[in-house]
Design a protein around this ligand. Sequence first.
Ligand code: S3P
Length: 177
Amino acid sequence: MGSISKHNIILIGFMGSGKTTVGKRLAERLSYQFSDTDQLLEQRAGDTISHIFTVRGEEYFRNLETDFLKEISRSLNQTVLSTGGGLPLREQNSGLLKEMGYVVFLNASKETTLKRLNGDTSRPLLMGDELDRKVERLLSKRTPIYEAAAQKIIATDDKTIDEIVAYIMEAYLKQIY
Ligand code: S3P
């Protein structure tokens, strides 16, 4: 066995970086389960993330994320887990992610991110005006944190979904065999 102890892939990165799309296809190729922390949290809360942010605030949502991660961290197996863009920001969470599997950062430039998020209404942190400035500020704050949390960094700007998936598979399979 290679250098990781658990057979899971964890995708991290900014909103719009392709974690869910890539994660689903990657899971198919590996015959793994696919899970998404945002979807699971919404199901569990019976509410949307936007509504949770509005009614309870960001800190409450971050606590939900951490509690949830602690809960699933031991049981996850043969799973591709896509994570909410803010989840690795807490050190406790990024520590747990590393214990859970092979952590891959899907990196996208500001330009690509803006294109993908244009018109989106589901991300509470990006609501209102000045999307450009918000994305720039958050990206520069978060990018070093994502880099430190990941075992593999993939520049996604000029790659197709299939190319990204192939790249991750190659790197991951080297780790486990
Ligand atoms: C967030 C990203 C969102 C969601 C929430 C907060 C963030 O997930 O968890 O809106 O802080 O970056 P996606 O990265 O899947 O959009």
